[in-house]
Design a binder for this molecule. Structure first.
Ligand code: B12
Ligand code: SF4
Ligand code: SF4
Length: 359
């Protein structure tokens, strides 16, 4: 099907804005230039236990093989800073690291699960498009395993790839999610933008675990986001002290990025932070039983990791806080789960209580 891009794309931008998206681009389907890098990344084992990353082979980089008939991809950006985000929010977030007893949940995970928000709104956008051009073949994605989202976004002009690998824009920094609509309708691609990292490498320097091993190369196995969210088993011991009080995800490489002074707040209430997930004491969150965990995380992305991993992560943070402060209340909290039914939790609690870690 052939439609006039010059008329349709501006219309799509208008509908997308009404649905909470901030920018729309169009990419073609030839991502062959990205294939060697993806294969290298997998060959180095940087994906760790994210076996789904390898499972789809090169279909990840070949939209037309993943969804037969695809000839164009609409890319969409959705800003996720909560509506109440104050100016200078990066300093507010960095400050949390100086309060070891406080739990840090990554900014993106404090509200509603973005998978749900983006998927539903991309579907609505597809319906608006179909209303204008008639029925067409499409499939929506957001953070769905087999899609190279950042590469599609870069090509379609959503931004350039920062040295931390995230997509970064002069108008919006990097605090946004990406989503796509694969289409069987040909639209003219929008143009990429130039990169503006220059000689900066602040993200690489700040990374607590040195997970950004070279510009544009992240070894996921070292990334705190991977360790706290994707990784199922015991967290490697040498990385535990470096996690500090981050219990779900990590924002450091984005907080330090100068372009994030242009990051924009969401127009939707969905990403507003839920009170129990911001500025809370580790001790309080560690006391949640499974029912409380499920209730407090309902509709949010954290629920996916389950109560056991939640406790594992908090045990590490409590151990780090105990080492930093010597506060006996932290030890007491850890002792309440020394005999936890989960071997994983017990082991992390035992590590957190180890005497030789005391200052
Ligand atoms: C797997 C994954 C992760 C992994 C790995 C991250 C990574 N950098 O690869 C982990 C769990 C660590 C992670 C963490 C985060 N993620 Co993530 N993640 C993904 C996911 C599902 C796939 C990314 C991917 O394909 N990685 C594989 C590598 C190969 O891709 P690549 O970095 O683009 O590599 C290219 C080049 O750099 C080069 N290359 C890379 N390595 C190597 C090695 C060699 C030797 C060579 C030669 C070349 C080469 O070749 C590749 C192809 O062009 C995407 C969603 C999606 N489906 O795309 C979200 C996604 C990238 N994540 C996202 C977010 C928000 C995050 C976090 C900020 C969350 C948080 N606050 O904790 C952190 C940021 C960490 C970071 N600095 O990347 C957003 C990013 C939005 C944006 N602005 O760009 C995405 C797009 C999800 C979404 N739909 O919004 N994530
Ligand atoms: S911190 Fe510096 S190097 Fe890293 S993404 Fe931002 S501008 Fe680029
Ligand atoms: S999210 Fe944190 S651990 Fe992961 S690369 Fe960025 S700074 Fe490093």
């Amino acid at each position: 099907m052939m439609v006039s891009s010059s008329q349709l794309v501006p219309q799509i931008r208008g509908w997308a804005r009404e649905l909470g998206f901030s920018q729309i681009g169009v990419a073609g389907v030839d991502l062959s230039a990205a294939e060697p890098g993806l294969m290298q990344w997998l060959a180095e084992g940087f994906h760790g236990e994210m076996h789904y990353m390898a499972a789809h082979g090169l279909r990840r980089a070949r939209p037309a093989e993943l969804v037969p008939g695809t000839v164009s991809v609409i890319t969409a950006r959705m800003d996720y800073l909560p509506r109440a985000t104050p100016p200078g929010w990066q300093a507010v977030e960095f400050d949390r690291l100086t309060r070891p007893r406080e739990a840090i949940v990554s900014v993106y995970a404090r509200g509603r699960d973005y998978h749900k928000v983006l998927r539903a709104r991309l579907q609505k956008l597809s319906e608006r498009i179909a209303g204008a051009v008639g029925p067409f073949g499409h499939r929506v994605f957001t953070d769905s395993a087999p899609v190279l989202e950042a590469e599609l976004a870069r090509r379609s002009g959503q931004g350039w790839r920062g040295k931390h690998t995230l997509v970064l824009s002069r108008e919006a920094g990097s605090m946004f999610f990406l989503g796509e609509i694969y289409l069987d309708m040909a639209l003219a691609p929008t143009q990429p933008v130039t990169a503006h990292c220059g000689s900066c490498q602040a993200c690489m320097d700040v990374c607590p675990t040195q997970a950004i091993i070279a510009p544009h190369r992240v070894d996921a196995r070292r990334c705190i986001s991977y360790l706290t969210i994707e990784h199922a088993g015991p967290i490697p011991e040498e990385l535990r002290p470096l996690m500090g009080n981050r219990i779900y995800g990590c924002d450091d490489c984005q907080l330090v990025c100068p372009w994030n002074k242009y990051a924009q707040a969401s127009s939707l209430p969905d990403f507003d932070a839920r009170a129990p997930l911001v500025g809370q004491q580790l001790v309080q969150l560690f006391a949640w039983d499974e029912a409380t965990f499920l209730r407090q995380t309902e509709g949010g992305p954290i629920r996916r990791i389950g109560h056991e991993r939640w406790l594992r992560n908090i045990a590490v943070a409590l151990g780090n806080a105990l080492r930093a402060t010597g506060d006996e209340r932290l030890r007491a909290a850890l002792l309440t789960r020394a005999d936890d039914p989960s071997a994983l939790v017990r082991e992390h609690v035992a590590w957190a209580l180890l005497e030789e870690k005391r200052p």
